[in-house]
Design a protein around this ligand. Structure first.
Ligand code: IDP
Ligand code: MG
Length: 152
């Protein structure tokens, strides 16, 4: 089994709308392991680095203003296949097209207020985890009931 890690962030709209518990619940009940969690208001530098691939897009400055506008809940989740599975739990970028049952499908209607971010590849996950977290903030621990989630 190859375990991997992904970076997940509840954006300021998700925090303001009290969706933190609901979102954590969805990742927990799926069976992934939470290995880092903090709330912070990202500064401009962090936001611009995080969304660096979108630097030349027309929505970039609005996106940076939005993500720095209030508290974000930043997390690292661990498990086999967690990167692509998280993207499925999150749903498509455009909330009106996101499947019902996904986070964006259930809780959002607007692309600029789509509640949550998740890394889209192993390379992005590694980059984003390093950007948002110090190695010392990530905990290695064993889930007591892991044998009931994952075969040996
Ligand atoms: P993703 O969050 O599903 O990975 P990306 O295409 O990487 O989607 O875009 C990053 C974020 O930028 C989106 O989640 C959304 O908040 C914002 N965004 C993307 N496209 C638009 C747009 O056309 N208008 C406004 N915001 C956008
Ligand atoms: Mg993306």
């Amino acid at each position: 089994m190859t375990s991997e890690r992904t970076f997940i962030a509840i954006k300021p709209d998700g925090v303001q709308r009290s969706l933190v518990g609901e979102i954590l619940r969805r990742f927990e009940r799926k069976g992934f392991k939470l290995v880092a969690l903090k709330q912070l208001i990202p500064n401009k530098n962090l936001a611009e680095n995080h969304y660096g691939v979108h630097r030349d897009r027309p929505f970039f400055s609005g996106l940076v203003d939005f993500i720095t506008s209030g508290p974000v809940v930043a997390m690292v989740w661990e498990g086999e296949g967690v990167i692509s599975s998280s993207r499925k739990l999150i749903g498509g970028t455009k909330p009106l097209e996101a499947e019902p049952g996904t986070i964006r499908g259930d809780f959002a209607i607007n692309i600029g207020r789509n509640v949550i971010h998740g890394s889209d590849s192993p390379e992005t996950a590694q980059f984003e985890i390093g950007l948002w977290f110090d190695a010392s903030e990530i905990n290695e621990w064993k889930q007591a009931d892991q044998i009931w989630r994952v075969e040996d």
